[in-house]
Write a protein that binds this ligand. Sequence first.
Ligand SMILES: [Cu+2]
Length: 665
Amino acid sequence: MEQVLFGSSANAGKVNRWKTYLVGVSVLMLCLSGNESAQATTGVGPYEVPQVLDSNGNANIVETWIVADEATDIIIGNGVTANGMAYKSCSDADFNTCTPPAIPGPEFRLKVGDRVIVHFVNKLDPSGLTPEANVSGIHWHGIELNNDSDGTELTQSAVAPGGIFTYDFIVSRPGIFWYHPHHHSSTNQVAKGLYGSIIIKDKDGYEAALQNQGVIPSAAQTKTLVISDITVCNTPGTGTNPATFDGNLPHVSGIQSWEINYQNHILTQSPLILCETNPLDANGNLTGPYAAGDVPNIQSPGLIGPMSEGFTVLTNGVNVGGRLGTPDKPGALADGASTLDVQAGQGLRLQIINPSPVRYMRLRLTNSKGIQTPLVRIGGEGGLLNNAVVEGGKGAGGFNSKYGKGEILLPPAGRADVVAEIPASEKLDSVLTLWTEDFQRVEATYSWIPTVPVMHLKVSGRAATRYNIGNGRPLLASLGAQAMVKALGAATGDLVVPVDEDGVGGAPAGSVDKDIKLTFTNNIGAFQPSIDGIPMPRDFTGGFGTGNPFYLESARHATLSNTMELTVTNVTGAHHPFHLHGFSVQPIKLTPRTGTIGPSYTFDREFRDIVDVPANYTLTFRVSLDGRPLKSASLGVDGGKGRWLFHCHILPHATFGMMSELHVH
Ligand SMILES: [Cu+2]
């Protein structure tokens, strides 16, 4: 059926027609919610995201109330609903005017220099068996904000259910960012749906100029895609694995083989285990079986525990529906699959975010005959690139990316700004599908996850002008030197010996080793994720989670305003996406770690906050420890000082201990 949905603010005023199968997908962007209890919710549809409600009249300030709540009956596709967690945005302190709670949460659309004021309200369940587990907060992933607003255990006490905390910061870099909880078992809160997108445009008109010149597609041809995953339980006792999973979910072609693969996998975590035989409460302790529709907790408190990808993939909170076959040999679309209308010959820009706790998204676009359309990357975590790039395949020196040329790899928390040319030769009503494939995350093996569709593009006509882009197409480079991504120069400072800042003695612990090691510590026979062999202890009962920071020997200390050159060496047998809070880094190269041989990889100039480090590789990066305003004050640069986490963004790894901090003095 045809439905009319409001476009995003990027094309406000235009009403776009999207084909969708969802009955009753809400055209309601606002709702009245005086009602305090959790409520039935709906997503906006797989190819749209809700937008934040801005209560502030100043064009350079976005102010909103972001409410985290338990959410029941979230429509996730094919008539299946989930009981998870969702954000909504309200434009008043009484929550009279709000967006519907949704997965993903409402999107922030900002420009560089904007001030953001967010009153975060925690309405998660205060009455459960483990109320302390429902503490929360918001980390503004990738934003170079004041330390007070970073939303982690190091900077802020967790917000208890019923509590409120105001974040206040200025955004300084264009790009694609996102927000999510970081306190306590944020693994579970993210797995249940607490995440949302942030799109920041430059303030100099570079992007607009490239759009006007037709170098990149227009705002109307640009879509946010938050691609995540989730597991939803079936009625307990309905049968063995895989029947425990709701069979109505149109999530995969080939769940049966997937289940078998899971059973063979050392980190087996099937729906049966998660929902029935080993159900965990929010503190990681055993609890009773989950009811149909519930989203189970996935984080255990031990040294290591079950850890795997969610069992259905969501595109903006909705499963788009299956397709038979494979990317190279696609078959028929499943009944009711969601398609987005496109024109043959048009350019389509996708701003993609992967908020999954564990899953790597390896994206490949093919047409109904299996012919690949390259995904050309034009930007991502730090705004537009100097030149467009087709990634993947084997690099010049033989470096194996482990994904195909023209594919896009997004580790957990990664983002990419990509453009595809819809081939001009496509016939009317033909359907191209964007798939996510398995990735060899662990050196010895794949993750045993199925290849599933995340977007279906239905050709509904022909574009008046044919769009073209390819590898090396100048982007910012076409606009002159002032527009280009700035190169960070050689280091101007070193790590420093920890100082006794408060003058009371007992200087904090730390290391001056410029090589940060990602390690699996052998701890009581288990491989505990850690930094430099030192796991960051995580207290699931709230001690650390409610703000009682302590220092580790793996902490690094540095001085504001310096450029640093540091390395991260992965001495484990698996990939880990390295994330530094508060400062975007410029990755320089990946080289085989000392004592091993292999090809190297040199990065194009770019700012990132997530860099995937393959097993046995060393990442070299530079970072400029720039000052920025303090919260609630426009003077001074002390907002850059403070304690900033760095960690693996596979969330169970971070929670198990692969996390430490950079303390900027
Ligand atoms: Cu990891």
